[in-house]
Design a protein around this ligand. Structure first.
Ligand code: G3H
Ligand code: 13P
Ligand code: ZN
Length: 316
């Protein structure tokens, strides 16, 4: 059942975080639904601009609608990840999305607010929630000094003003994570101090953590042993998820880790079976491995075994 993102946030706030997982194809979609049901967790499906153009946006919509029928017990929201203004309007008009993210974080503060406000007005008119972003995520390189790196983090006082003026429903904050498989190259971890200051100024307001893949070292090792070349890949310690959830993080975005599962399964499969040219055997293994990965992640997020409680809330 597709539910509102806001309802999921209300159920989760301060207790656990909802996993927001990006999908691009059928195998990810199947594994995602199976893993969430195996672990009895509500979840958010994220669709990026890139995913919408990989095949066709309507294909993804069709896949998700079909998965909803194949897995009728699932409770989930559908979200546009890192949208620009035009894509946000397209998703709002489609009537399919529960929420959209407008990412104008690269703009100056006032322009970011103005763009977000326009999207909020259009989305709220249709009952759709809006995630915005303040601060700049990105890899922290060794040659960048701490003060320069800190300058990219979300300013708590600005966060309060941003939310008030833009009217957004949730806020993606930069607290030290970055997208992709090469995080914390400057050796820093998550800035819980920043999160705490933001929560003080925005009590009860849902925060979002992007760039939250853990990049498991065992996964990286297996990929490299099977012919890959991911040197120095590292990610977020998943044991920090529950602490972040207590500080108001209700949505945790994970994409890279799923791509690593895909890469490991396919590299190992074709190394072990060089004679194979059928896509289904590795596809079958991937769907199950992806489901296992999702279930494990939900246990780290604290969302596992909350499905029935969330269902009752959503059905009221
Ligand atoms: O934050 C970005 C997500 O990982 C989506 O990546 O734009 O390559 O689909 P993508
Ligand atoms: P990762 O690259 O760490 O998986 O982050 C994904 C993300 O933030 C999607 O918006
Ligand atoms: Zn992101």
């Amino acid at each position: 059942m597709i539910v509102s993102t806001k309802e999921l946030f209300k159920a989760a706030y301060g207790k656990f975080a909802i996993g927001a997982y990006n999908i691009n194809n059928l195998e990810q979609c199947m594994g995602l639904f199976k893993g969430n049901l195996d672990s009895q967790a509500p979840f958010i499906i994220q669709i990026s601009k890139g995913a919408r153009s990989y095949t066709h946006k309507t294909m993804l919509e069709g896949l998700i609608r079909s998965a909803d029928k194949v897995f009728p017990e699932a409770i989930f929201a559908v979200h546009l990840d890192h949208g620009d203004e035009e894509t946000c309007y397209d998703c709002i008009e489609s009537g399919f999305y529960s929420s959209v993210m407008i990412d104008a974080s690269h703009e100056d503060f006032d322009t970011n607010i103005a763009i977000t406000r326009r999207v909020v007005d259009a989305a709220h008119a249709k009952g759709i929630a809006v995630e915005a972003e303040l601060g700049q995520l990105g890899g922290v390189e060794e040659h960048v000094s701490v003060s320069e790196a800190d300058a990219k983090l979300t300013d708590p006082e600005q966060a309060r003003e941003f939310v008030e003026r833009s009217g957004c429903d949730s806020l993606a904050c930069a607290i030290g994570t970055s997208h992709g498989a090469f995080k914390f190259s400057g050796g820093q971890g998550l800035h819980f101090d920043v999160l705490e200051e933001i929560q003080k100024r925005l009590p009860g307001f849902p925060l979002v953590m992007h760039g939250s893949s853990s990049v498991p070292q065992e996964e990286v090792k297996r990929i490299n042993q099977a012919g890959g070349s991911l040197k120095g890949a590292k990610g977020v310690d998943a044991d920090q998820f529950k602490g972040a959830a207590r500080l108001g993080v209700t949505k945790i975005n994970i994409d890279t880790d799923g791509r690593l599962v895909w890469t490991r399964v396919h590299r190992e499969h074709f190394l072990e079976h060089p004679e194979n040219f059928d896509l289904r055997p590795p596809g079958k293994v991937f769907m199950q491995e992806y489901a296992n990965f999702i279930a494990d992640k939900n246990r780290k997020l604290g969302s596992a075994n909350t499905l029935e409680e969330v269902r009752k809330r959503c059905q009221k």
